[in-house]
Design a protein around this ligand. Structure first.
Ligand SMILES: *[C@@H]1O[C@H](CO)[C@@H](O)[C@H](O)[C@H]1NC(C)=O
Ligand SMILES: *[C@@H]1O[C@H](CO)[C@@H](O)[C@H](O)[C@H]1NC(C)=O
Ligand SMILES: *[C@@H]1O[C@H](CO)[C@@H](O)[C@H](O)[C@H]1NC(C)=O
Ligand SMILES: *[C@@H]1O[C@H](CO)[C@@H](O)[C@H](O)[C@H]1NC(C)=O
Ligand SMILES: *[C@@H]1O[C@H](CO)[C@@H](O)[C@H](O)[C@H]1NC(C)=O
Ligand SMILES: *[C@@H]1O[C@H](CO)[C@@H](O)[C@H](O)[C@H]1NC(C)=O
Length: 936
């Protein structure tokens, strides 16, 4: 019974699937009462049966429909919106849309229609929006739009229409938007626009409509009294010509005109009728070579507000070209590659003493072979304009004279709010910018980045460890200790990246007394060769970028007063590789609002994983391009972390606790981890990590969940995590197999051994008893067998003596009760050195070497003592020697004896400590534990 029942259900289920598979989009969920049906992207070649009635919106776009049967939709009497775009329809039946009396929007765009049968739209009397663009229509029947009186929006763009005939649109009194762009129109008949009394926007761009009277008959726009926007660009390619008469003067409501120009053009009296003109856009097909005083004659004293020249190939603008454009607020001069920026500034003559919102010069004169100097003379008209935003970008500017913009009481200096001089080639005198930054005006933003003069070579020199190449770069104010920068009160954004190369060394106290609104400060690639400064007065700064400076010397109090900081860039700052081991916590301690920190490209090797524990709001951490071997941060402290970049480090694996910490982040929100470029291993010990990479919900390297990494197997073979997963069983068997082999082998040997033991014992019982006694007398050495816990070896330079006898002694003896043997405390003057060293080693449980630069140059410490220390390592005391590096080993001179010793010292007995590491730092406890550890 039950079996039968199950069968029935399965059969029903299958039937359901089969029935729905034919047209999945049309399954109507009775409970849901769907009125919008989406059948797009289904590769349908014909319409499925359409016999439901209350659908109001039907989408068949992106299929391969090639024809429509007459009356396909006749039952969809409620349909308001029908989308048939992106199919391959070639012809339509006259009755295609029969019955769609409610249809308001019909989309037939992007098909292959070349013809429309006359009367096709008779059945859709309420159509408001009709899209026929991107088809192959060649002609429009004279009465095709007859009686479509409700049509408001008609798109005929991207077809093959050649002429617009009389009265084509004469029955569309409500049409407001008409697109006929990108056709092959060569001519407008005199009555082509008749009847378009409501038209607001007309697109005739990208056709072949020459701007001459035979193409634009006089008064062809006579009925367009309400037209506001006209696109006529990309029609006429001729260099010389004149606008046809008696055509544009009917466009009395026009606000925006985009039109082709001629090399010497003249907007004459016809254009004076455009009383409402606001925007004149010459960005489409601009050919003005020479803008004369009378070129814009018709617009003088008009309401023209925005003038946009782009890509014209201009080489000259006459002095009074913009005279009497009294309403002009915005002037854009873009891509005039062969005209000097000075020429453009001269043209501002006519705009003097006006109030403007924006002057933009971009890519002006940038193809010329020489760079440009803006001096007090060339900027004389600009200085007299009250403009709130000035951009002179990518224009080959080399120098802005100190007095170019900033003559006292010039309107410019009082008005300017946003200044952008980025992407030029400024070098040398930067006093003009200093004046802007320290002005008392309204300046809010200043961008000076990307000057292309501070070469990457310089930057590399600065961040390299090579002191030689920096000598030439380091210039500047050595003696200054305090600098006070009085910025304008409303300054919020200041980017002077790479403008003042070799800005160093920094004063110790940098104070911004009035920068209370400054939110973003970009000082990257400035060639600072020193970060030993504390920044005061920037309590609202949110973004601070110091990338690409050389901060080998960094003040721990540097960020103490940046209370609001959210983003901090410290990439490529040449900081010492272990700085963050001991001093990171101090450096960041006050930045408790930090959200993004970039420490990439610093050759960092060590960091205290707890150094960022105060930064609980971190969402983005970038440690890429360093040399970390473990995850340098404790992610448990950062519940909001969304992005951790560890790419291009020296990680070989992720431990299981790191894996679970990362998983728990990914459980909370999307969390991405970048790991690419690490020498990952896929060996037996970390097969779990390979599996983790595969299954974790952490988004890895932004490539979705199943990221694939190159890795090395235990035998040194290069493979990929993807391949290891694919051959998972064989890897697993190999790994488990080798373990089992090990176990089996040991068991076998044990067996043999026991046989031998039984045999030997039986034969020589007395001898064995005697031998056992001997062994017991020589038991493993213990800590209490020695007079002292550790003999400390250090150089006799004063710094090191203080390090050992004061700092180390205080920490180890007073906090951790370790008994030290310090030569300076024990040795009698005049004792024979070699002998005492040997004695000291014999009397001490451990030998601790303090390796510093001086140590490496000390003959006794580094030569003889190290040799003796090496000898003291025995099989019974393999852990005897502990090496503490106070200097990055890489930068120390080679010490052959130390190298030999290091081969015998286990890795855990080698520590890296900084001279200034505070007594409470965990590294001291590690050292104390290493010293007092008993071997088992
Ligand atoms: C379907 O939905 C429309 C509005 O969404 C509602 O007016 C109508 O009553 C619904 N019909 C049924 C049968 O639920
Ligand atoms: C179009 O209409 C104009 C009058 O508006 C008339 O002069 C012209 O001859 C007509 N052209 C054609 C081809 O009918
Ligand atoms: C410019 O604006 C100032 C006020 O900001 C006004 O006093 C001055 O009359 C304006 N000048 C012109 C030419 O509109
Ligand atoms: C600074 O901005 C405020 C508010 O936007 C404005 O009222 C004030 O006039 C500005 N100060 C200056 C010096 O421009
Ligand atoms: C930094 O300089 C400013 C201005 O001279 C001064 O007011 C401030 O006290 C100085 N701060 C410190 C810590 O020296
Ligand atoms: C995974 O990476 C290895 C080498 O890095 C490559 O050979 C392999 O094609 C990759 N597999 C996939 C599916 O991308």
């Amino acid at each position: 019974m039950i079996i039968l029942n199950t069968f029935a259900w399965v059969a029903l289920f299958v039937a359901h699937i089969v029935s729905t598979a034919t047209s999945p989009c049309l399954v109507q969920d009775e409970d849901k009462n769907e009125t919008a049906v989406d059948c797009s992207h289904l590769l349908l070649t014909s319409l499925p049966p359409l016999d439901f009635y209350d659908v109001t919106s039907l989408d068949f776009s992106f299929n391969t429909l090639s024809f429509l049967h007459g009356s396909s939709f006749s039952r969809l009497t409620q349909l308001g919106h029908l989308d048939l775009s992106h199919n391959v329809l070639q012809t339509l039946d006259k009755q295609s849309f029969q019955g769609l009396r409610e249809l308001r929007k019909l989309d037939l765009s992007s098909n292959n229609l070349s013809d429309l049968p006359s009367g096709i739209f008779v059945d859709v009397p309420n159509l408001e929006v009709l899209k026929l663009d991107h088809n192959k229509l060649k002609t429009l029947g004279r009465d095709i739009f007859r009686d479509r009186t409700h049509l408001r929006h008609l798109d005929l763009g991207n077809n093959d229409l050649q002429v617009l005939n009389n009265d084509t649109f004469s029955h569309l009194p409500l049409l407001t938007w008409l697109g006929v762009g990108s056709n092959r129109l060569e001519r407008l008949e005199a009555g082509a626009m008749t009847g378009l009394n409501s038209l607001i926007s007309l697109d005739l761009s990208h056709n072949h409509l020459s701007l001459i009277a035979t193409v634009f008959p006089p008064r062809v726009f006579a009925s367009l009294g309400k037209l506001q926007v006209l696109h006529l660009e990309h029609n006429d390619d001729s260099q010389n010509g004149e606008y046809p008469d008696n055509v544009f003067n009917d466009l009395v409501s026009l606000t925006s005109l985009t039109i082709d120009t001629f090399s010497d053009m003249n907007f004459g009296q016809d254009f004076a009728a455009l009383r409402n003109i606001h925007t004149l856009d010459f960005s489409g097909n601009c050919k003005i070579r020479h803008l004369a005083n009378d070129s814009l004659e018709g617009f003088k004293n008009s309401s023209l507000t925005f003038l946009h020249f782009e890509g014209c190939g201009m080489n000259d603008i006459e002095l009074c070209a913009f005279c009497e454009l009294l309403s002009l607020k915005q002037l854009w001069i873009i891509d005039q590659h062969w005209m000097t920026p000075n020429k453009a500034l001269e043209s501002l003559y006519g705009l003097q003493f006006q109030n403007m919102t924006e002057i933009l010069l971009s890519n002006v004169g940038d193809y010329l072979q020489f760079l440009h100097v803006i001096d007090s003379h060339s900027a004389r008209f600009l200085r007299n304009i009250c403009v709130s935003s000035l951009s002179m970008v990518h224009s080959g500017l080399q120098r802005l004279a100190g007095n170019a913009l900033t003559v006292r009481n010039s309107p410019f200096l009082n008005c300017i709010e946003h200044a952008d001089f980025s992407q030029n080639r400024f070098m040398g005198d930067t006093s003009a910018f200093v004046k802007l930054i320290t002005s008392k005006g309204r300046l809010r933003t200043l961008s000076l980045q990307d000057q292309h003069t501070f070469s990457i070579g310089d930057a590399q020199c600065l961040v390299s460890q090579d002191f030689g190449c920096k000598e030439d770069l380091v210039i500047g104010f050595h003696h200054v200790t305090t600098i006070v920068v009085n910025t304008p009160p409303n300054l919020t954004y200041l980017n002077i990246s790479s403008v003042f190369p070799h800005f160093n060394p920094l004063p110790v106290n940098i104070t911004f007394p009035s920068a209370t609104k400054l939110e973003a400060l970009d000082l990257s690639y400035l060639g600072m060769a020193n970060c030993y400064a504390t920044w005061y007065g920037l309590q609202n700064l949110k973004t601070f970028n110091l990338n690409g400076n050389y901060c080998f010397n960094i003040s721990e109090t540097m960020f103490d007063f940046l209370d609001s900081l959210k983003q901090l860039g410290l990439s490529r700052i040449g900081i010492s590789p272990d700085f963050f081991l001991s001093r990171g916590w101090r450096l960041f301690q006050n930045l408790d609002r930090l959200e993004a920190l970039d420490l990439s490209r610093n050759n960092l090797q060590f960091a205290d994983p707890e150094m960022l524990r105060a930064q609980t709001r971190l969402t983005k951490l970038d440690f890429s391009f360093n040399r970390f071997q473990t995850v340098p941060v404790n992610v448990d402290n950062h519940g909001d972390l969304k992005m951790l970049d560890l790419s291009h480090n020296f990680l070989t694996t992720l431990t299981s606790s790191e894996q679970s910490a990362l998983d728990s982040l990914a459980g909370r929100h999307t969390f991405s981890l970048k790991l690419v470029g690490n020498p990952l291993e896929c060996a037996c010990y970390n097969l779990d990590m390979v599996q983790w990479l595969w299954h974790t919900s952490v988004s890895l390297d932004g490539e979705g969940r199943e990221a694939n990494y190159t890795c090395t197997t235990g035998s040194g073979e290069i493979t990929s995590t993807e391949r290891v997963m694919a051959q998972w069983m064989s890897h697993w068997r190999h790994c488990v197999g080798s373990q089992i082999f090990g176990i089996a082998m040991s068991a076998f040997l044990l067996q043999i051994l026991s046989i031998v033991v039984v045999f030997v014992t039986a034969r020589s019982w007395t001898q064995l008893c005697y031998a056992w006694k001997a062994v017991r007398r020589h038991r493993l050495p213990r800590r209490h067998n020695f007079r002292r816990d550790a003999y400390v070896v250090y150089s006799d330079v004063e710094r090191d003596v203080i390090l050992a006898c004061v700092k180390l002694r205080e920490v180890l003896e007073e906090i951790y009760s370790v008994r030290l043997l310090l030569p300076d405390r024990e040795d009698l003057p005049g004792s024979v050195k070699a002998e005492t060293i040997v004695q000291h080693i014999d009397h001490s449980w451990k030998v601790v070497l303090l390796v510093t630069r001086d140590f490496s140059q000390d003959e006794w410490a580094c030569g003889f003592t190290v040799q003796q220390a090496q000898r003291s390592i025995t099989d019974t005391m393999p852990d005897r020697v502990i090496v503490v590096f106070f200097e990055e080993p890489r930068v120390l001179p080679a010490m052959p004896s130390l190298r030999l010793l290091l081969r015998m010292v286990p890795e855990r007995n080698i520590l890296h400590v900084h001279r200034d590491t505070p007594p409470q730092h965990p590294v001291w406890k590690t050292l104390a534990d290493l010293i007092t550890r008993e071997q088992s």
